[in-house]
Design a protein around this ligand. Structure first.
Ligand code: SF4
Ligand code: SF4
Length: 441
């Protein structure tokens, strides 16, 4: 009886979603060849069309969310390739987030282990950057003191379960400094100030790729921007929204708007494709909040991916200098290309760099398997996609692979290292910053 009452009173994310979003799919199947999970299994339920049919059945009250539904929603990469292919303009991104929220609301995947991991990561660690950086400092010490190398060499890891060994091998190298140690709260423009922008240094981005943040600020200052970068930032909430925690994502969106009042800046800059996609839709999260709705709409207008912003203002080409010639290929982050439709701008930026030859990557917009934390929870599928990506990178003969999203950068760094490939993985902002620095040399 109690259970029956809970079933009827439970908030259903899919039933409450705008029905015009739920019923957009016309079942044409044009998205199927672009979907990595369908490509791997050829099963309808692993396709965008199959998943949307399941979501609609729940929204229509014909189906209850079950464990099978939950597994299916977490087998989806959320890569959004289906959105690029769809002629009907189906908003899969919104459906996907609400479907995962439905899964969490129904607790169909709950187990003590899963609950503990989710509580520690999504609900605790990534809700406060100081906690994340504390863990980062401990990891840095563990790596710098050589304990990690000792443990790896000792063979101790071999007694651990295979999955733990795999996870340990994926541990990122923590850089010597975080963003706040390298970037002043306000960095003046080089030369005349034309724009006042804010820069989001991120959470995982700050932990692992703080140097990319420094490089991005440097590039912006070389293009007439005064850059506001407060030291104590928060996660943007994309991790939470993509993992069914819309309430926490909304809480973080409010904090971000308070910290970066959109009316004070010409633009708010993100340099991570996955975060940028989420950051541009705060108005969806805050549509029912009378105190934040209007500011969230302004925020969405001001939020720019760094490549998009530079292309918009007319990025300055670095002058020719003695930099060695390099051949670069570009892997598109799914959420930058399929989500934000930013495809040309990163290539335009790269082509401005002297002595750089850009070679196209086959299947450049096919997911590399990173997909947020997908590579941690669905390792088989993620590794399959990574191998496919690495083969394509190798086929180009490039010595550098450029990419504009922290998750993909980490996936590629681990991939090329494991494969023993002599390929550097770099954010386009790092390559551009190096070219500006070489002007002075
Ligand atoms: S988001 Fe990616 S994996 Fe998921 S249905 Fe769309 S194309 Fe397939
Ligand atoms: S999601 Fe779009 S492309 Fe895929 S079946 Fe539906 S209408 Fe067709």
């Amino acid at each position: 009886m109690v259970e029956a009452v809970q079933k009827t009173t439970r908030h259903s994310h899919l039933k409450n979603l705008d029905y015009s979003v739920v019923q957009q799919c016309m079942h044409c199947g044009l998205c199927l060849p672009t979907c990595p999970t369908y490509d791997a299994t050829k099963l309808e339920r692993n396709s965008p069309r199959g998943r949307i049919a399941l979501m609609r059945a729940i929204a229509d009250g014909q189906l209850e969310a079950t464990k099978i539904f939950g597994d299916e929603m977490y087998f989806c990469l959320g890569c959004l390739a289906c959105m690029t292919a769809c002629p009907a303009g189906v908003n899969y991104a919104e459906l996907f987030e609400h479907a995962r929220a439905e899964v969490e609301e129904c607790h169909v995947l709950d187990s003590p282990k899963r609950k503990l991991i989710r509580w520690f990561t999504v609900k605790w660690l990534f809700m406060d950057l100081s906690r994340l950086l504390f863990v980062g400092r401990a990891m840095r010490l563990y790596q710098r003191l050589g304990i990690q190398t000792l443990i790896r060499r000792s063979g101790v890891m071999k007694v651990l379960p295979k999955r733990l060994q795999e996870l340990e091998a994926m541990t990122p190298v923590i850089p010597p400094k975080f963003s706040a140690d390298m970037i002043a709260p306000v960095t003046p423009a080089v030369g005349e100030r034309k724009y006042r922008v804010a820069m989001l240094t991120g959470c995982a981005q700050d932990l692992i790729f703080s140097e990319v943040n420094r490089d991005t600020v440097e590039v912006l200052t070389h293009n007439g921007c005064e850059v506001f970068t407060p030291p104590e930032q928060q996660c943007c909430g994309s991790l939470h929204a993509h993992n069914g925690e819309l309430r926490l994502a909304t809480e973080l969106a409010r904090k971000a708007i308070d910290q970066f009042p959109p009316e004070q800046f010409d633009a708010i800059i993100s340099n991570a494709g996955g975060c940028g996609m989420h950051l541009k839709h705060y108005s969806n999260l805050l549509a029912d909040d009378p105190h934040y709705r209007e500011r969230a709409e302004l925020w969405d207008c001001k939020l720019k991916d760094v490549h998009e912003f530079l292309a918009q203002i007319g990025v300055r080409a670095p002058s020719r200098n003695g930099q060695p010639a390099i051949t670069v290929t570009y892997h598109e982050s799914c959420h930058l290309s399929h989500g934000q439709k930013i495809v040309l701008q990163p290539r335009q930026v790269l082509k401005l760099i002297p002595n750089l030859t850009l070679v196209e990557l086959p299947e450049a917009n096919w997911c590399c398997g990173s997909a947020g934390i997908y590579n941690l929870v669905q390792p088989e599928m993620a590794n399959e996609l990574l191998d496919r990506k690495l083969k394509h990178i190798q086929s180009t003969g490039a010595t550098v692979v450029a990419n504009g999203n922290s998750g993909c950068l980490l996936q590629l760094i681990n991939g090329v290292r494991e494969a023993g490939m002599q390929v550097r993985v770099a954010h386009p902002m790092t390559l551009l910053a190096e070219a500006y620095r070489a002007e002075k040399a």
